[in-house]
Each structure stands twice: as structure tokens, then as C-alpha cells.
Design a protein around this ligand. Structure first.
Ligand code: FAD
Length: 291
């Protein structure tokens, strides 16, 4: 079922027009809650607000089209923060599908290296900072490097390997050869990193978290990653009751929004993990306001 239009009576939203197959239906309601998600999969809309992201892949499902923004605009809603798009730094995208390689891999001890096999950033800086550092390399991405001890801590790696995203080396030298790195440089990088872990002092990049395990347990692994569009912080302006607002700040009667379709909550850099909380909290707020 696809929502094509919001129905109005006077200034109030009183339902939706939908299509299912070849049929069009109207559904009347006391109120409508927009929960249509973000627009990370709508390249046209993305590049209208962020032209430099043209051609980027996305971690989002194909339904993240931003339809809710269009629906809300048609009844006078204001859009906010539309230029604020979060780009995730570690996305494996060498196949038809873009796979987000979660922060847990770095959090449990993986490092990021450039094509020379050298670290170049605090891997656990914000997504924005790590993305910028990878872009600055201008090498079409970077490589996550980790060992069996990290793999043992992150069950998702089993899936990443199952779908062919992981390169394995029985030794660090074999891994270096398989991914086309200079073995001595990669070994030196890992040795320096292991010292940082042992002393809890990352003199090179100031990493202070994810320093729990040295990379010493064979086999060793690599995942090629690059930044991809992940989350759209912009959307329809709402108030604390999740009512959708016009440009003059007045609420549109009968229209609410919850989740990624709403803008203005996360500023310019959403902190990972709080979107699901947003969908639930603001969804409940809508229901509470509706009484
Ligand atoms: C790979 C990945 C990992 C993530 N990990 C986390 C995490 O660990 N923690 C966290 O908090 N967040 C995470 N996020 C972000 C979070 O998942 C999303 O922000 C959240 O799911 C958005 O929920 P939503 O209900 O607003 O929209 P969605 O879940 O996108 O749902 C919107 C639905 O509306 C449908 N729709 C759109 N337009 C129409 C229309 N016109 N008619 C009918 N239906 C329509 C869409 O098809 C979709 O089914 C992750 C996102 C991705 C992509």
C-alpha cells in the first residue's frame, strides 16, 4: 500500500489517499502519523540538498525515499536541516549491495589503514571525522584490519564473512599479500598499535577507547570499506508532541511525525544508536497526544 496524498478538511489533515495495485482508496482518520523514514535512498532529493554526495551508495533500504517530506510539504509543513546527511565511514560496497560494517568491529579492536598499510585516524572518532579522514586519503576507501580475538567478540563478522566481505590470512604477511599491501609496513603498523594497546596510549592518533586487545591472534582479517549515505538528519519540523509545524510555527491539525521523517533532533551529527529510540519515543508521544 502506497500513500500518495494527505486528505484535508479545511486546514486539518483527515486521512490519506493510497494505492494498492491498480486500486486507489481513501482512508479517513482523526489524525495521520507520518512514519515514512528518511530519504537516504532518494538520490535526486539527496543531491538537491547535498550535490557533493552524488554517486554515493547508501546503507538504506529502497523505501527510504523521503515521501513523507513531500506529503507534508503539500499541506504546508516546514522542512528543517535538510543539508544534514550522515555519511557512515565503514560500508563494504564492492558488490551490488552496501553492507554497513558496524562500529562494534572497531570498538572491539580493529584498526583502519590506508593502501600503504598505515593508520591515519582515531578509528573511534565520530562518523563525520572518520568519514572525512577516509575521503582525504582519496583512495576509494580504506581497510579494517583485525584478528581472531576481535572476531570472537563480534558475531556480525560471521555474517560479513558468510557473504564474502572478509579477506583472511593465516598470518599477517599472508593477509598483506592477499590485499596487495607491503607486508613489512602492515606488520610495523600492527606492532605499533599493539604497543599502544599494551600501554593504553595511542600517541599517533589519540584513540582512548577500543584499546582492549592486541592484534596477535591468527588468523588475521581485512574488510575493504568506504563511506556511504546512512541517515538523513533533516525532515519535517515537529514540536515535543510530534505535531508537524508550519513555517510560522503553528501545528498542522491532525498531522504528526515520528522517526527519521522528522528533522531537527540530531543537529549535524546523529549519535549512533539513538534513531530506534527516536522512533519509539516520538511514536508514543504521537499516540499520547492523540489521546
Ligand atoms: C544498516 C543500518 C543500521 C542501523 N543501525 C541502527 C542502530 O543500530 N541503532 C539505531 O538507533 N538506528 C540504526 N539505524 C537507523 C534506524 O534504523 C532508522 O533511522 C530507523 O529504522 C528509521 O525508522 P523509521 O520508522 O523512521 O523509518 P523506516 O524504518 O525507514 O520505515 C519507513 C517505512 O515507510 C515506508 N514508506 C515510505 N514512503 C511510503 C509511502 N509513500 N507509502 C507507504 N509507505 C511508505 C518505507 O517503505 C518503510 O517501510 C540503522 C540504519 C541502517 C540503514
Amino acid at each position: 500500500m502506497h500513500v500518495d496524498r494527505l486528505l484535508t478538511t479545511g486546514d486539518a489533515v483527515t486521512g490519506v489517499e493510497v494505492t494498492t495495485g491498480d486500486e486507489t482508496h481513501t482512508i479517513t482518520a482523526d489524525a495521520v502519523v507520518l512514519a515514512t523514514g528518511g530519504f537516504g535512498a532518494n538520490e535526486k532529493l539527496l543531491t538537491r540538498y547535498r550535490p557533493e554526495l552524488s554517486g554515493y551508495r547508501t546503507t538504506n533500504q529502497p523505501g527510504a525515499t523521503g515521501d513523507g517530506l513531500q506529503l507534508a510539504r503539500q499541506v504546508g509543513a516546514e522542512l528543517v536541516d535538510m543539508k544534514q546527511v550522515q555519511v557512515h565511514p565503514t560500508v563494504q560496497q564492492d558488490t551490488d549491495h552496501a553492507f554497513l560494517i558496524g562500529e562494534a568491529v572497531r570498538g572491539e579492536g580493529a584498526i583502519l589503514v590506508d593502501r600503504q598499510g598505515k593508520r591515519f585516524v582515531n578509528e573511534l572518532a565520530t562518523r563525520k571525522v572518520v568519514t572525512a579522514a577516509i575521503e582525504y586519503l582519496d583512495e576509494k576507501g580504506a581497510y579494517l584490519i583485525f584478528d581472531q580475538s576481535v572476531r570472537d567478540r563480534v558475531k556480525a563478522i560471521e555474517f560479513y564473512d558468510h557473504v564474502g566481505l572478509v579477506t583472511t590470512g593465516a598470518t599477517l604477511a599472508e593477509l598483506a599479500e592477499k590485499i596487495g599491501f607491503d607486508a613489512e609496513t602492515l606488520a610495523a603498523t600492527v606492532t605499533t598499535w599493539n604497543t599502544a594497546v599494551a600501554t593504553k596510549h595511542d600517541g599517533a592518533f589519540g584513540r582512548t577507547t577500543g584499546l582492549d586487545r592486541e592484534l596477535t591472534q591468527a588468523p588475521y582479517f581485512a574488510i575493504h570499506v568506504a563511506p556511504a549515505v546512512h541517515y538523513t538528519m533533516g525532515g519535517v519540523r515537529i514540536n515535543a508532541q510530534t505535531q508537524v509545524l508550519r513555517e510560522d510555527g503553528t501545528p498542522i491539525t491532525g498531522l504528526f511525525a515520528a522517526g527519521e521523517v522528522a528533522g531537527g533532533l540530531h543537529g549535524n551529527n546523529r549519535i549512533g544508536g539513538n534513531s530506534i529510540a527516536e522512533t519509539v519515543v516520538f511514536g508514543l508521544q504521537s499516540v499520547a497526544k492523540l489521546g
